[in-house]
Design a protein around this ligand. Sequence first.
Ligand code: FAD
Length: 454
Amino acid sequence: MTKLRLAIVGAGPAGIYAADILLKSERSFDVSIDLFEQLPAPYGLVRYGVAPDHPRIKGIVTALREVLDRGDIRIFGNVSFGSDITLDDLKRHYHAVIFATGAVRDADLDIPGVGLDGSYGAAEFVSWFDGHPDVPRTWPLEAQSVAVIGNGNVALDVSRMLAKHADDLLPTEIPANVYEGLKASPVTDVHVFGRRGPAQVKFTPLELRELGELNDVDMVLYDEDFDYDEAARAAIASNKQVMVIDRVLQQWRTREIGSASRRLHLHFYAKPLEIVGDGNGRVSALRYERTAPDAEGGVVGTGEIREIPIQAIYRAVGYFGSELPGVPFDVRHGVIPNHEGQVLHGDDNEQMFGVYATGWIKRGPVGLIGHTKSDAMETVRHIINDQANWWSPSSPSEESVVELLQSRGVEYTDLDGWHRLDQHELALGEPEGRVRIKVVPRDEMVRISRTDAD
Ligand SMILES: Cc1cc2nc3c(=O)[nH]c(=O)nc-3n(C[C@H](O)[C@H](O)[C@H](O)COP(=O)(O)OP(=O)(O)OC[C@H]3O[C@@H](n4cnc5c(N)ncnc54)[C@H](O)[C@@H]3O)c2cc1C
């Protein structure tokens, strides 16, 4: 029976689901899958994006882990596509590759002042509080008043993590350096800004509601934002999610405020124009234009310019994919150009045989973890049907890849190594009554993973 040797790059949910779906699918050939991941730990943004105080979502790791623990997928952690292994290497050793590299950096916000000290991308901050090995250990939490730009769930995560008292995060898996950083934060006011109105936010109700449950944090809303026009009223009446969001916001408006030591302000109809500096290169204010509904569900500028003093600003305006060497890339949308997961190249958008994409790098950084499953099904279906166009590798044996990585001195980690690191983190958490304490430095992760290796 023919055997498909498949490489998958990226061990986030998209990569792991794709492997699982292919292994379980009806097909006329055998499959052997190698999963390459640049980090020493798998699970992508479930480990390094989902907020630590969302244990239910973090729990998806259990299902992903079960897939890996079955033992029919080899995992090579700490291996970066582009530097440790290239497309030519993959063509020598595999019949096809799926790129599932996600989107890990911030989309640009093109306004003056983004380069000032105190202006941060949400993705960097998320990486810090989730203990990503490639960001600095310390984070400058020195501001009393902070702005967060964006009206999606990442903006909610960032504002919640900024406003929440560090002790309320202690039961979670936050690393020690993150707890200490947040504990020392002098923040009193977090201001969230959205260009549009309350009926047009991209928050999901569950995540929004959570803000109102924070200990010792008042929710502050402004009456001027709730003068709904016909389009907003229609959206509330016709869409259950918008209706629930409106209900949550209206309920907060009736609350007594003033007793909490921290406040979380929601500002709508506010279009950021400029991050204003203090003359010494540091953020001192956000200048924005008041917008108004345009009667069609959008907004227009009113010409009224306002300024709010702040000392730090977080831009939560979306994530963006990164280009991979030798792989086509759509620079406008930050994705690998594809048709239902079949990668396209050239001016005529022809299929690039043997190359596939899935997850956020396939369809852009929107949607929940569950969506990566349906995504993977579509991509896998094409791999199965494309058998005639797979690559013809000169060295398809399973050992040849190991030899290649070893010959290059790549300190890769494997499934046993991940188990060791996992156990180590759980054991660190146990005496303190915490789920786990993450190991943050990459060299330490690799050392623990490879302790008994070789
Ligand atoms: C801040 C934040 C919070 C979120 N919260 C939730 C939530 O509460 N609930 C929910 O359902 N969804 C949530 N999501 C969405 C969810 O994380 C995504 O839907 C999902 O992770 C996308 O999966 P993916 O596998 O495509 O990408 P990723 O999870 O990003 O995985 C991609 C993997 O590829 C690896 N990789 C990248 N480049 C290379 C390379 N060159 N070589 C080797 N490996 C590489 C990365 O290290 C990563 O492990 C959140 C997202 C963010 C950003």
